[in-house]
Write a protein that binds this ligand. Structure first.
Ligand code: DSN
Length: 407
């Protein structure tokens, strides 16, 4: 309980809500009490511009030790040549990758937003689409798979300085070896953005791009189950350029409390239990995708190799926004999401995105995914029926009392 009663009340309500609903936003998770404690530690009081041994402020013995420990853990976990743990989040990490590898106006190729990429992969209203000559590759219209021959053809035509590939809603595993070949063929740097799948990579449940990519960017708070933040892994030859792009290129002082929490999360991620957790996220997503498919829904790209999926709702005649609202009223929280080549506008797209990281952290397994699929379909069949929504929300509240909202 804080002295500030107003904030305390909001906090208490938020905690209660997080515990009582199925949190299926694919980019969210539940951190451990130790990660939370490190995030709220005395490191929040520090200012530490620079890097270990080269700070612009005095009194850095412990911040240096902390940052060195965090980098060592990250290097070991991902097998990377160099690590920078100072990025505030994923978008600044991606900005640093561009700044390190190319100049304003250079050509880049990235995965389109509706094909499962991210704003920072060259989307026109983002810095990446404004500062660079961005070309977007889309998934194949028929298969909704990334067609590597199409990527190669676009790269041959564009000859980008950087091929920037990563996913926020593309559910199939990427072939990083093939992407490396494509980048080499046109003389491009390869950047892999594994913000979503970083925890799966650590668990061995998703391919590791580190042997293939020049630079790998990630967020630390999704499947990796750490604090909100970003991280950059790179080949040693890019270390100086990456570090200079992060500081002083983009940021000032690193958030040392965030780095402390990251160190704790990385230690948790190297425990054997995390390996099982990573594989369970994927098993749960596959069980959910299969149950939804057998109940008449369509999974974009035909299935999932990771912790998430985009569900095409058109078979149910409901749009993504309406569905997401009805699901929220029913105790299921997710986000509306475009499908590839979506005929509907972005604020009212044809799909929703569902993810399993938080549910898996709570201990839910394949059998529970089938129950969740039943609830989801019941809501989608009655998107305007408040009584159905309230009944399901109460059932979910009751059901979740058996699964602690922590780990
Ligand atoms: N906005 C995040 C997501 O939900 O996937 C990506 O940055």
């Amino acid at each position: 309980m804080l002295k500030d009663r107003e904030v305390s009340e909001i906090l208490a309500k938020e905690c209660a809500q997080q515990a009582s609903v199925l949190r299926m936003i694919a980019s969210e998770n539940i951190v451990s009490d130790d990660v939370l404690a490190a995030l709220g530690s005395c490191f929040v009081n520090r200012y530490s511009e620079g890097y270990p041994g080269k700070r612009y402020y005095q009194g850095q013995a412990h911040t240096d030790a902390l940052e060195q420990l965090t980098c060592a853990r990250a290097k070991a976990l991902f097998g990377a040549g160099h690590v920078n743990v100072q990025s505030y989040s994923g978008s600044p990490a991606n900005m640093a990758a561009y700044m390190a590898l190319c100049g304003v106006g250079d050509r880049i190729v990235g995965l389109g937003l509706n094909s499962g990429g991210h704003l920072t992969h060259g989307w026109k209203v983002n810095f990446s689409g404004k500062l660079y000559e961005a070309h977007q590759v889309e998934v194949n219209r028929e298969t909704e798979h990334l067609d590597y021959d199409e990527v190669a053809a676009l790269c041959r035509q564009v000859r980008p300085k950087v091929l920037f590939i990563g996913t926020t809603s593309y559910s199939l595993a990427l072939d990083f070896a093939r992407l490396r070949e494509i980048a080499d063929e046109c003389g491009a740097y390869l950047v892999a953005d594994i913000a979503h799948v970083a925890g799966l990579v650590v668990a061995g449940a998703y391919p590791n791009p580190v042997p293939y990519a020049d630079v790998v960017t990630l967020t630390t708070h999704k499947t990796l189950r750490g604090p909100r933040g970003g991280m950059i892994l790179c080949r040693s030859e890019h270390a100086k350029a990456i570090d200079r792009a992060v500081f002083p290129g983009i940021q000032g002082g690193p958030h040392m409390n965030q780095i402390a929490a990251l160190a704790v999360a990385l230690d948790e991620a190297q425990q054997p239990a995390f390996r099982a957790y990573g594989h369970q996220m994927v098993a749960n997503a596959r069980a959910l995708a299969s149950a939804l498919t057998s109940r008449g829904l369509r999974i974009v790209s035909g299935g999932t190799d990771c912790h998430l999926m985009v569900v095409d709702l058109r078979p149910k005649g409901v749009d993504g926004k309406r569905a997401a609202m009805a699901l929220e009223e029913s105790g299921i929280v997710c986000n509306f999401n475009a499908i590839p080549y979506d005929p509907n506008p972005p604020r009212m797209p044809s799909g929703i995105r569902l993810g399993t990281p938080s549910l898996t952290t709570r201990g839910l397994k394949e059998a529970e995914m089938i129950r969740i699929a039943d609830w989801i379909v019941e809501v989608l069949d009655a998107p305007e029926d408040a009584a159905t929504h309230q009944r399901i929300a109460a059932s979910i509240h009751n059901f979740l009392s058996a699964y602690p909202n922590r780990h």
